[in-house]
Structures are given as C-alpha cells and as structure tokens.
Design a protein around this ligand. Structure first.
Ligand SMILES: NC(=O)c1ccc[n+]([C@@H]2O[C@H](COP(=O)([O-])OP(=O)(O)OC[C@H]3O[C@@H](n4cnc5c(N)ncnc54)[C@H](O)[C@@H]3O)[C@@H](O)[C@H]2O)c1
Length: 432
C-alpha cells in the first residue's frame, strides 16, 4: 500500500468540483473546497446537502471547508491530493497550477478533471516537481452516481502517482478506474462523442423517426433507454457544440471522426434558437401540459422544425437483438449497421492509440456511458468474423484489434476470464 490520501483540496466548486468534494467527505476525508469566491464554495456545500436526495449528510459536510483562491490558497499546503475542477480553459488551468505548485507540499498529488484538454499542454514548461506528480482524474457527471474515473498520468509522472491515485479512487471512493492515455477526449468521450455526432448525421440519412432511432439504440444495442436523441437532450446541444469544437482543435488530421464534427443543419438551427435540451425546456423531446393540466410528450420534427405528439416505436423481434439487427436488410438494420458498425470499427482502430488494451475501453463505455456491453464485448456478441466480413465487403479496412484477432487465428476478444492483448495472446482480465 502507498501513502494514504488523508486530506484533499478541490479547486473549483461547480458541478464537478462539488461532486468530487462531496464524494471525498462521504468517505470521511477532510476536504478544502476553493473557488473564486468563498460564497461559491459555500453554496456548493449547500447543494450537496440540500434537495430531495442529498449527496451527503450535514455531518459529512462538516468535513468540507469552503474558501476562496484569493484568501485561502495557502490552506492546500498540507493536502495529499489537489484536484482541479475549474472551467475548461487551458490558460486558466495553467495559471492555477502555477499558483498551486508554489504552495503545495512535496509528495502531494496534482490532478485535473479536464474533459479533453491534453494534459501535456497543461504541464508544458512547468517545474520538474509538478511534472513528476501530475495526472488527469476524469470523473463523470454526476460524480456520486457514475462509476468511471479515467486516470491518465503525465508522461514524466512517477509510477507511484498512478498507484496512489488508483488505490484511493477504487478503494475509499469506490470508483472504477480506467487507465487511459493522454489523447484527445481520452477513451469514453472519444468514442461516445463520435457515436453521438456521427449518430446525428446517420440518423438524419436513415429516414427513421426520432422515437425509432432511440428505441433501436436502447434495448437492442444495450445502450441506456435515452438512446441517441434523448441522451443529447440530457447533455445539451450547447455542450455538444463545445465538444465538437474541442475535437476540431485536437483530433488528428486524418481521424475519421472529423467528418461528423459539424452538426447537421436542423441541429445547428436548434442550437441557434436556444432549443438546447432538457435544461431549456425541450430539445428533441419536450414535456407539454394541456390547458386541463394533462401532461404529454412531444417530439421535434427535424424536417418541418415543428412539434408533434410522441408516438412510441414498436420494434420487431428481429430488431431486438444486435446480432440480427445489424444484418437485417431493412431501414432499421441498415441504420444500426451504419451507426453501430462504424462506431465499433472506429473504436477497434483506436487500440492501442487511446488504450493499451480492450478491457479499459470496454470498462470506460460501461461505467461512463452506461452501455450494457463495451465495444469489444459487443463485437463478440455479433461475432467478430461476421462483423469483419461485412465491414470489409463495405470497403472498410481490417486493422486494429480485428487484425490482431484475425492474425492470431482466434474467434473472440474474450475467452472466459481472459482477453486478447495487442500482442495476440490471451491474458487474465485485471481486477476492477
Ligand atoms: N460537467 C460535466 O459533465 C463534466 C464532466 C467531466 C469533466 N468536466 C470538466 O470538469 C471541469 C469543471 O466542469 P464543471 O462542469 O464543474 O464546470 P462549472 O462551470 O460547473 O464549474 C466551474 C467552476 O470554476 C470556477 N472558476 C471559473 N473561473 C475560475 C478561475 N479563473 N479560477 C478558479 N475557478 C474558476 C467557477 O466559479 C465554477 O464554480 C471542466 O474542466 C470540465 O471540462 C465536466
């Protein structure tokens, strides 16, 4: 066991910072929570203990001390872990890390909760001591619910940094740690955002209704019941736009995801009109109330840009199982192949660029996006050979792990408690 983390500083008391501070306090760890103003940190603590289902008790909240960066920066000096969760802005993060470096103690751990800024840009030209102790700890929202934390050490970080963080995250904090690399959007958001952005384009071409698209992506594929459009309503089109801009800046120039960075015209119009999703009272879906007080769901027709009553989709048996759905020759099957097939092919080609192994990829999608099975588990359910044949017949390249599988002469990515490595042999699946 490495030196335990007993006191934590969280910088930034917004959605994520408050969540991380609450999670630590709930395990009995002392926390310092700093934002631009003490009032902001104080309000974050009130949010944690308030509402119908408080994230922490009043007693646990006493472990959190609210403060401001201007007056209380020095209080981080005896913290074992300093977790930054301020706005997603490189310069703001760099300025903050410089200030933290000046006051933190030797051996303390420094992490950022960035969603997509490359870690190397944050620590570039920073002192060697910081580069030794820095990592990304990427929590998912809501922090106390989502199991996933992506852990990405800096290229010069000491291995003990990853070890100490992983022990604390998976031990007292009860999270599922996924080891990722310092590549744009890491694992979960790289795959998940590609699925969502390409999904908007492919769904538009499919001629299927919003309800059918979401129904197909739900149970048959094993994604959460929100499907595609329902999930984007939850996230917000403004956040999707922000994500797309980050991808535009940071995706490799030859990345196939570039094709889908710009949202289709109807979604851009919705963005312009402020029809962003649940937070603005409606996006693709909205809950309406008639004059008599009766509630009903409406769906936004993307072609006519008008609202209509929601009409729940009913799927045939053939469409209820991914292994048959993907090979069905009707609109539903073609769409499922188009979207899920390309998402799986994209993911397949990203190993080992974004992850050393398939296990971390599958865990990221299960723990961070609520998929019932990760991409390689889905490929196993479909049949990798069958998938590769159709992919190749459609002009796709057999690369990445599909090529490793083919060359190794095996049939599945997982066998019992083992998984296929990039070297083409099977190894034990590491404990969670
Ligand atoms: N919200 C999510 O779903 C989510 C998920 C994973 C990661 N993230 C990442 O976590 C970080 C925080 O996101 P969030 O959603 O909590 O944002 P937020 O807007 O809810 O909170 C950001 C906080 O930073 C503070 N802040 C702004 N400028 C600052 C400065 N110069 N110095 C110090 N504090 C400052 C703000 O007062 C605010 O309280 C970002 O890097 C974001 O990309 C967000």
């Amino acid at each position: 066991m490495s030196a335990a983390i007993q006191k934590v500083a969280v910088i930034g008391a917004g959605t994520m910072g408050a969540g991380i501070a609450g999670l630590c306090a709930a395990t009995g760890v002392e926390v310092i929570l700093l934002d631009l103003q003490t009032e902001t940190s104080q309000k974050a603590i009130e949010r944690l203990t308030g509402g119908k289902r408080p994230a922490i008790t009043e007693e646990q909240a006493k472990l959190i001390t609210a403060g401001s960066l201007e007056t209380d920066l020095q209080t981080v000096e005896d913290c074992d872990w300093i977790c930054e969760a301020v706005v997603e802005n490189l310069q703001i993060k760099r300025d903050l890390f410089s200030k933290l470096e000046a006051v933190r103690k030797d051996g303390s751990l420094l992490t950022t909760n960035t969603s997509g800024i490359p870690l190397k840009d944050i620590y570039a030209d920073m002192p060697a001591r910081m580069q030794h102790d820095i990592a990304v700890t990427h929590f998912f929202n809501p922090v106390h619910v989502m199991k996933l934390v992506e852990l990405i050490p800096g290229s010069k970080a000491d291995p003990s940094v990853t070890k100490r963080l992983a022990e604390f995250l998976s031990g007292p904090l009860g999270k599922g740690v996924v080891y990722a690399k310092d590549t744009v959007n890491f694992i979960g958001n790289r795959i998940g955002c590609n699925w969502m952005l390409s999904g908007l384009h492919k769904a538009a071409e499919s001629n299927l209704s919003i309800e059918t698209v979401d129904a197909l992506m739900g149970k048959p594929v094993g994604l959460p019941p929100t499907g595609l459009y329902g999930l984007i309503d939850l996230i917000g089109l403004d956040v999707m736009d922000f994500v797309a801009k980050n991808l535009d800046q940071n995706l490799p120039t030859n990345d196939p995801g570039r094709e889908f960075i710009k949202m289709p015209a109807p979604e851009l119009a919705m963005l312009k009109n402020g029809q962003l999703g649940r937070k603005t009272g409606g996006g693709f879906y909205k809950l309406s109330k008639s004059e008599s007080g009766e509630k009903s769901m409406e769906v936004f027709d993307l072609q006519s840009q008008t609202w209509r009553p929601m009409s729940p989709a009913s799927l045939d048996n053939e469409h209820m199982d991914i292994a048959t759905l993907m090979f069905s020759d009707d609109n539903e099957g073609k769409f499922a192949w188009d979207l899920i097939g390309s998402t799986l092919a994209y993911t397949n080609s990203l190993v080992p660029e974004i992850s050393d192994d398939i296990v971390n990829v599958d865990r990221a999608m299960r723990w961070g996006f609520g998929w019932a099975q990760g991409p390689f588990e889905l490929l196993d359910a479909i049949g990798p050979k069958k998938f590769a044949e159709k992919h190749a017949a459609n002009g796709g390249t057999i690369d990445g792990m599909l090529k490793v599988l083919q060359d190794s002469g095996n049939d599945t990515f997982y066998k019992g408690n083992t998984y296929l490595t990039t070297a083409g042999n099977y190894e034990d699946i590491p404990a969670e």
